[in-house]
Write a protein that binds this ligand. Sequence first.
Ligand SMILES: Nc1ncnc2c1ncn2[C@@H]1O[C@H](COP(=O)(O)OP(=O)(O)O)[C@@H](O)[C@H]1O
Ligand code: SF4
Ligand SMILES: [Mg+2]
Length: 325
Amino acid sequence: MNEEHLLRVNNLTVRFPVKRQGGGLFGKSYLYAVDDISFEIKKGETLAIVGESGSGKTTAALAVARLVAAHEGRVELDGEDFLTLEDAALRKARAKVQFIFQDPYSSLNPRLRAEAIVREPLKSLTQTSKDEMSAIIDRLFEAVGLRPEQQQLFPHQFSGGQRQRIGIARALSTQPELIICDEPVSALDVAVQAQILNLLRKLQQDFGLTYLFISHDLGVVQHMCDTIAVMYMGKIVEYADRLSLFNNPQHPYTKALLSAVPSVDKKRRAQAKRVLIPGDPPDPINPPEGCRFANRCPIAEPNCSKSQPPLRDLSDGHKVACHLV
Ligand SMILES: Nc1ncnc2c1ncn2[C@@H]1O[C@H](COP(=O)(O)OP(=O)(O)O)[C@@H](O)[C@H]1O
Ligand code: SF4
Ligand SMILES: [Mg+2]
């Protein structure tokens, strides 16, 4: 275990039982939502997982936080084997990993006041006195840019951006080390997105947080991460530090995702044509034997469908899973 790493995920696999298509009587098959992925995050850094909807990002994040069961693999958090912890040790470790959800409308209990929402993880995972809890909640409301009197309001009295601030305060309440942000701005207006991203960056600096940041949009993560893992159909197809990925993308899928990111430069943005990736991913219950991207890949060759390309290290940790790279 490298001391620098807060999180190490090895060979993580998550599968869901599904009714076999074609109506087999006893047939049970599995959808491998996450299929043997590995990644690591250094303390204080951000790893982004990027991919289209359905690629397995949320499932991977939930499995890392033990909110869905992993079928195989290991999650090492701060040197501990997180997936096997129990009881008090588990509660203690759970307090170190908190989640910010995609939808600030459905992820907050509508019957609780904002203050009670933020207090909830403190109550269930820590042994903090009432007075201490109130002091922590006061500080958190300030840290996320909400006013003290807003503690007594209910979720429906807040805007989307403000609700996500409550979600962030809740995630911070147990003084976690790792925050998993699952598309935290996807449901928000563009102007509000920037505010929330700035807030997350500031909190990371102020509290030394480590982020696992999930997005379907490379544009959102381009100012938000140190390392990027690109996922396609449950697999990591490219893994690199941010600059290598943006300046020197290797996988045809990554290149296609990048072509859809509007340029920061206004003139180029006006000209930018959004290259959408043609076609749909194959049926995840029956993935193809070879490269899973082959039916949509602009440079596919017959050999690509014969075997699955392994994730290979090109240089300096830039990894790619493609037969032709
Ligand atoms: N609870 C579940 N039961 C069955 N299939 C699921 C479940 N959750 C997710 N899936 C499937 O797993 C795949 C990955 O989903 P998800 O992790 O939500 O992807 P993403 O977050 O990248 O959009 C999808 O094919 C999805 O339909
Ligand atoms: S292995 Fe072949 S089909 Fe798959 S991404 Fe590479 S070139 Fe395209
Ligand atoms: Mg998702």
